[in-house]
Design a protein around this ligand. Structure first.
Ligand code: PAZ
Length: 360
């Protein structure tokens, strides 16, 4: 029996996985942009961080109508990217398309609609169109928006931020591999900060339906092209009318490419930071430690789904091995809609804020 991709040696799994999927259409363009960006910063002897952010999808069909998604808004990645920029890094921001982006995240998505920051100024007396005043930022947001705008402009004008989108888990893998290899000339000036929520399971291309999976029986002369394969679609559902089928999805484990990144793709001397998300508090530290031991990289940042905005644990190979960073309730930032956001934690992680509670 052919072993699952997840059960092979890392090198064998890499070749099987990448041969099975076509590279993303945007890859050559992304590689050209990244090459130029990296060359610029190698010349300036500047540190470059690859921040991954947002969730990956697992398509159920090659011509995708349905897909499985991974939880992540991209808050961690987008917020962290801003702090890296502030520390002088150039940032390659590999993100899920339409997830939160550095700087614009302050004014987008449902918690912070940019329209809530705007107002109509009263029309001036000499206006040629006295009914319509200019649109302004509301007084109470002027300072915050000016500061965000200046940082955003600085990053753009000085070529410090490269935005590269992905959607599916295979696109993410191709992009990550290419970017890591392109970053080799950076040597110890390269940092990998892997905050994306990457699916652990996928449907191999060979078992994926080409067309939209049908929920009811097609006449015999129309079968074959649209309904396939047995692994995806099996069995009668007794509670449904007899012509409706259950959908049974059979997923393979995604190979653990962190091993390949650390030992093969990434430059010598680079630093690799990964994240571990759990929902069961009793598993978090164990899983984060296991990841650090398995891949021998530099840092695993563990977080729980329910508390991730104000509490993380750093798991390191050296003392103290486990360090919790928490933002006290009084210091947690709020968006204008009252939702706690992540600025407080990012401040705390800089290690300067008096709000940090470090529990050894
Ligand atoms: O994007 P977000 O701020 O909503 O969530 C961030 C996160 C929880 C996805 C990230 O901190 C993380 O843990 N990423 C790794 C997830 C994983 O274990 O695959």
């Amino acid at each position: 029996m052919t072993p699952l991709v997840g059960e092979m040696s890392p090198a064998a799994a890499e070749s099987v996985y990448f041969n099975e999927y076509p590279p993303p259409k945007a890859l050559p363009k992304h590689e050209a942009l990244a090459r130029a960006f990296i060359e610029l910063h190698v010349e300036a002897n500047r540190r470059v961080v690859l921040v991954t952010s947002g969730g990956t999808t697992v398509p159920l069909e090659a011509q995708t109508v349905r897909f499985i998604d991974n939880f992540s808004a991209g808050t961690r990645g987008a917020t962290s990217a801003e702090y890296f920029l502030e520390q002088g890094y150039a940032v390659i921001f590999l993100h899920r398309q339409y997830s939160l982006l550095p700087y614009s995240r302050h004014y987008s998505h449902s918690t912070n609609c940019f329209l809530d920051f705007m107002d109509e100024a009263p029309p001036s007396a000499d206006s040629s169109n006295p009914g319509d005043g200019p649109i302004m930022v509301r007084d109470e947001y002027q300072d915050q928006m000016r500061s965000v705008l200046r940082k955003y402009r600085y990053a753009k004008q000085n070529n410090r931020l490269l935005l590269l989108p992905f959607t599916t888990v295979s696109e993410y893998m191709f992009e990550l591999r290419s970017l890591a290899k392109l970053m080799r000339p950076l040597n110890e000036n390269a940092l990998f900060y892997l905050a994306a929520a990457v699916s652990d399971f996928f449907i191999p291309r060979s078992r994926m339906a080409e067309h939209k999976i049908q929920s009811s029986e097609l006449p015999p002369h129309m079968q074959g092209s649209a309904v396939d394969p047995d692994e995806i679609y099996t069995g009668e559902n007794e509670e449904q009318p007899s012509n409706r089928k259950k959908l049974v999805v059979n997923l393979d484990p995604v190979p653990k490419f962190l091993h390949q990144l650390v030992d093969g793709w990434a430059p010598e001397g680079s630093m690799v930071v990964s994240f571990k998300l759990e929902t069961d508090p009793s598993l978090l530290v164990y899983k984060a430690r296991t990841a650090l031991q398995r891949y021998s990289h530099h840092l695993v940042i563990g977080n729980l789904l329910s508390t991730r905005k104000w509490e993380v644990v750093f798991i390191t190979p050296d003392e103290p091995h486990e360090r919790w960073i928490r933002v006290p309730k009084s210091r947690r930032s709020k968006s204008i809609s009252g939702v706690e956001d992540q600025v407080g934690l990012a401040e705390a992680m800089k290690g300067k804020s008096p709000s940090v509670e470090q529990l050894e």
